[in-house]
Design a protein around this ligand. Structure first.
Ligand SMILES: Cc1ncc(COP(=O)(O)O)c(C=O)c1O
Length: 343
């Protein structure tokens, strides 16, 4: 009953086998490996973006921070949801890598900015001439930190607001594939066709060992990204091991199959929890993350039965939790947790 995070899971056997295969013999280093040539082709094909620049890093925080740095000036403001991972969980890496761009929080229920809250916040920032930060870019997380999902139309509505100010748009897609599966949307429709300029395309949480792609739809930004990745210490010398993971991830729809399973387990958990009295879900469950709230004393009971998950703040007399299903969570594990909650 391990529901702390989807990065608490191991790597899928297909990924491990690909890494072992890539270990044979010699390969060019620093991203010049033959596998990376194929990965670029795969991603350009999947995203229907023949011009896209594609880079790999091993960590989501680095992917986000480097993507932002390549698209925002140090005196710019990055507009993102109040709970965005870049704002609350990256130890200031976006500010550090951008040389000081300011993160400006945008409100919205269930982890989602709305065109209205974004427009209001954009209206407040950037009007004080040389004395204030300038509007820089926006960042949208999909799947959101609340486990909800933006549809492509909702993404397009947000980027339309950003584009009225000429701002580039980033998507933090640490769980990008889960959002595609939920909405049954193509990678192209969720990104460049909806106004996204640069995407962090997660692999790690969805069954890889440690790899994230940064997909830059405007190739004019590519060289700057390359320089920043090297300067920031995120250009892997034995890069073939990143490439091998991404190649296997995108082969035979593995990425979609793994996310489909994680979402299905999230859905099973949500259905079971909804049937319980006195348990309330704080946000709609649209992918693989759930935020239940239950009576005080439940944590101790679940822990005694061996359940692991993050505890969240809650009002007096209640307890909050974050439960995340992974690519390899089993139905039996979900049902065990539901039984533990019932008893
Ligand atoms: C929304 C989101 N973005 C990015 C990340 C990437 O994090 P890390 O730097 O741990 O790979 C995470 C991981 O928790 C996340 O949840």
């Amino acid at each position: 009953m391990f529901f702390t995070s989807d990065n608490a899971s191991g790597a899928a056997p297909e990924i491990m086998a690909a890494v072992a295969r890539a270990n044979e013999g010699f390969a060019r280093s620093y991203g010049a490996d033959d596998i990376m040539v194929r990965v670029k082709a795969q991603i350009r094909q999947i995203f229907e973006a023949p011009e896209a620049a594609v880079y790999l890093v091993a960590v989501g925080t680095a992917a986000n921070a480097l993507a932002l740095a390549s698209h925002c000036q140090p005196w710019g403001a990055v507009f993102a949801h109040t709970d965005a991972h870049i704002a609350v969980d990256e130890c200031g890496a976006p500010e550090f890598f951008t040389s000081g761009a300011k993160l400006v929080p945008v409100d919205g229920a269930h982890g989602k900015m709305t065109p209205e809250t974004l427009a209001q916040t954009l209206g407040r920032i950037g009007e004080s001439g040389v004395h204030g930060v300038q509007r820089g870019m926006i960042s949208i997380t999909n799947v959101t930190e609340a486990g909800t999902v933006y549809t492509a139309a909702e993404v397009a509505a947000l980027t339309a607001v950003a584009k009225t100010h000429g701002l580039p748009c980033h998507m933090d897609g640490a769980r990008f594939t889960n959002s595609l599966v939920t909405t049954n949307t193509s990678a192209a429709d969720m990104t460049w066709a909806a106004g996204i300029d640069v995407l962090t395309f997660g692999g790690t949480k969805n069954g890889c060992l440690g790899v994230e792609a940064v997909v830059i739809f405007d190739p004019a930004k590519a060289w700057e990204f390359e320089l920043r990745r090297k300067r920031g210490g995120h250009l892997f010398s034995k890069h073939r091991f990143l490439s091998a993971q991404m190649e296997a991830y995108l082969t035979d729809d593995l990425w979609l199959r793994l996310a489909n399973h994680a979402n299905a387990m999230g859905g099973r958990l949500a259905r079971g929890i909804k049937a319980l009295p006195d348990v309330h879900l704080r946000h709609p469950v649209q992918a693989n993350m759930l935020f239940p709230e239950w009576a005080a004393g439940t944590h101790a009971r679940l822990e005694a039965k061996g359940a692991a998950y993050y505890q969240m703040p809650a009002p007096e007399g209640r307890e909050g939790a974050r439960l995340v299903a992974s690519w390899n969570t089993t139905e039996a594990e979900v049902d065990l947790l539901l039984d533990a909650l019932k008893s």
